[in-house]
Ligand binder design. Sequence first.
Ligand code: BEZ
Length: 254
Amino acid sequence: MTSTQTWDPERYAKNARFVADLGMPLVELLAPRQGERILDLGCGDGALTMKLAAMGCDVVGVDSSAPQIEAARKLGLDAWVMSAEALNYENEFDAVFSNAALHWVKRADDAIAGVWRAQKLGGRFVGEMGGFGCIEKIRSTLIAALERRGLDGKAADPWYFPTVEDYRARLERRGFRVDYIALIPRPTPLPGDVTGWLETFAESFIKCVDERERPTFIAEVRDELAPKLRDASGTWIADYVRLRFSAVKPLDPQ
Ligand code: BEZ
């Protein structure tokens, strides 16, 4: 099923600023050099793209959300609406960088092929996404809440959280040399109640329910998650697992 997720920059800034804030280790893995031409794939509102630009990179951002690209352009960024599954660049970039976007891309091989085409020989592909087991408590609770209503919860699931073996095989099949790939459990404190997280990221599930019933659906999921994700101080901690990787398009591809 196609994801019905949409992005509201204001809601995103309120509930999901931590996504870019926690992206700095990935920028360090990229180790961008001044003057490098870099594609930020799934740039969202451009928060991390700005950091790359501030480091002296010639950076282009792409994202499938028009409102997010509008927000990125307001920051003065060179940013374009484009699907990760249909990248439209050739032999142009020294590196492709992607933070917290590729788990929304179900046709992973198309995205990987587009990155390969976009890169110069020797180009780096450095990314981080939800990995196998990511937000499993949230995901299974959402699916179960839909299924209790006779709806197909699995079909509503917009996420692809691969294992190391799966993603490594896809990268290598396209010709990338994988220098690093790992699953990193990262329990993540949320900036507020899990309700804000659900409203920001779980729209594909929420929209399956009749509009009048949505507040009840969200409250039910929240109440079921409370004993699993809320600590003694009342902080909600989401069960994130990251898949982080660094790969290279070799100078002499086979
Ligand atoms: C993630 O960054 O891993 C993520 C974000 C939103 C929904 C699912 C996963």
